[in-house]
Ligand binder design. Structure first.
Ligand code: AKG
Length: 326
């Protein structure tokens, strides 16, 4: 970076790089397909130095490759603001597709679908089965104060096997840091057979789903994704706090990504002196029970806390613009 704040790209070797990335040319396509943590865990993507920076760079590359469109935040906010404010998030069975599109996806309204996960082989996804079948799998859980470092390259990660991770989270916690969280890791091949893509979230538009596994107390701070998202709760319970897109002005957003905005406000610890407009924000709370799937339309802010040992699977509609934008 130059003193004027611009970047210069030069060919050559830096004497003290923050990060060294090694991967086979043939695996580059895998990065573009979004299989970043999986490649890393298999040892085919080697990162030396700042692991958080490496994983987020690789993710940025894949997000850029995935989308040839730009989310139109203002349009999403306008569409969402047209409907009357929601009092609560509705629970129902999956309606016919045209109803889902009209009432939720195009209108930018979240909904909890209670019948979708019923078709999954959830027995194969229990903690015991995960340990027995996939214990040797390399995983990269977030550790340390990953809430403060969220959505930046300062995340710290542990590198261990899934069995070691499951043992680690049994151990009593010390200090104030949230418990280690296996957040947003690609679902391994062997598990894909136990999952069914939800209607409307097909492999062609989503690519590989991601898993979120962790004990009670894991936190994903307030943020919004600029893609439609389906968050399926397999076991355990999660509490979510959501804000509609048009409330962005009360949440003090920031962004270093095309597809994600962070919020500086922590709704559980508001700071009226620093963030006075937050007083005007009106959130919606819901608890996601095992077997339920929450449709989070692009642009909806959400903060997530697990209430017990929990596994969720998320499907991000990366390869298509948000439905409310179309
Ligand atoms: O379950 C979590 O902790 C976070 C999930 C999330 O933020 C998402 O699916 O966008």
């Amino acid at each position: 970076m130059t003193s004027e704040g611009t970047f210069e790209v030069k060919r050559g070797r830096h004497a003290q790089p923050h990060l060294r990335i090694t991967l086979a040319a043939t695996d580059y396509q895998e990065i573009l397909s979004g299989h970043v943590t999986q490649l890393y865990a298999s040892g085919r993507l080697k990162l030396e130095g700042n692991l958080g920076l490496g994983l987020s760079l690789a993710r940025m590359l894949s997000a850029r490759a995935a989308t040839d469109w730009f989310p139109d935040r203002q349009r999403i906010e306008e569409i969402s603001a047209r409907s009357a404010p929601l009092e609560r998030i509705e629970r129902r069975d999956m309606p016919p597709l045209e109803v889902f599109l009209r009432e939720y996806a195009r209108a930018c309204r979240p909904v909890i679908l209670v019948d979708v996960v019923r078709t999954w082989d959830v027995g194969a996804l229990s903690p015991e089965q995960l340990k027995a079948r996939f214990g040797a799998l390399r995983v990269v859980p977030r550790i340390g104060d990953y809430v403060a470092a969220a959505f930046t390259s300062h995340h710290t990660y542990a590198q261990l096997s899934l069995a070691e991770y499951l043992d680690m989270i049994q151990a009593p916690r010390v200090g104030d840091a949230p418990p280690p969280y296996l957040g947003n890791n690609a679902v391994p091949d062997g598990l894909l057979g136990s999952i069914q893509y939800p209607p409307f979230f097909v492999p062609e538009t989503c690519g590989r789903p991601n898993m979120w596994l962790g004990p009670a107390g894991t936190i994903t701070p307030l943020h919004r994704d600029l893609v439609d998202n389906a968050l399926a709760q397999v076991f355990g319970r999660k509490q979510l706090l959501l804000y509609p897109p048009e409330q962005s002005r009360f949440l003090y957003t920031w962004s270093n990504s095309k597809l994600l905005d962070g919020a500086k406000v922590d709704p559980d610890h508001p700071d009226p002196r620093q963030y006075p407009l937050f007083e005007q924000a009106r959130g919606l709370e819901c608890t996601l029970e095992p077997g339920e799937l929450l449709f989070i339309p692009a642009g909806w802010f959400h903060k997530v806390r697990s209430l017990s040992l929990s596994l969720s699977i998320s499907f991000f509609k990366l390869y298509e613009p948000p439905t409310s934008m179309i």
